[in-house]
Design a protein around this ligand. Sequence first.
Ligand SMILES: [Zn+2]
Ligand SMILES: [Zn+2]
Length: 169
Amino acid sequence: MRNTPIVRARRRRRPRVEQAIATPEEPPSWQSLYAQPKECVICGGQFAPNGSTKTCSAECHAEHHKRRRKKINAKYTANPANRNKTNARRRKNYPANRDKINADRRARTAANAHPKQCVIDGKWFIPKGKQKTCSPECSKALAAKGQARRARKWRRKYYATRQIEQNAM
Ligand SMILES: [Zn+2]
Ligand SMILES: [Zn+2]
């Protein structure tokens, strides 16, 4: 359990290309003679690599790290045993940290909240999940619209099939 707030690590800037190139007075080192610009795996931009660096900037590095983490997590949670372990741990920890967990979740939701336009009347609202409409009324209207469309489709198919049958007779 941790009580200290999570402080995001400060981004360290990688030396830019100009800084990485040796000054002309110095004799070129064998490394600089073999140095090749590399392509950033995230943005595809060229940069002077520092060792096995795969990205050009702190931003791309963070993105690369995020993607890697996601891949590793996906692999881990694909195993049901791991999933059970994680869920059991969460269930156990939740009562003790309820307030903090809920506050974090609320903050995350608020940070991700982007207003959306209702597909029925065009009013702006903050969606919950995949919500497409602003109100229960609009939601009903959308469902009715879908039903009418499906019914239309069904009728068209039904009568077309009958037409084919009649033509064959
Ligand atoms: Zn990049
Ligand atoms: Zn609406």
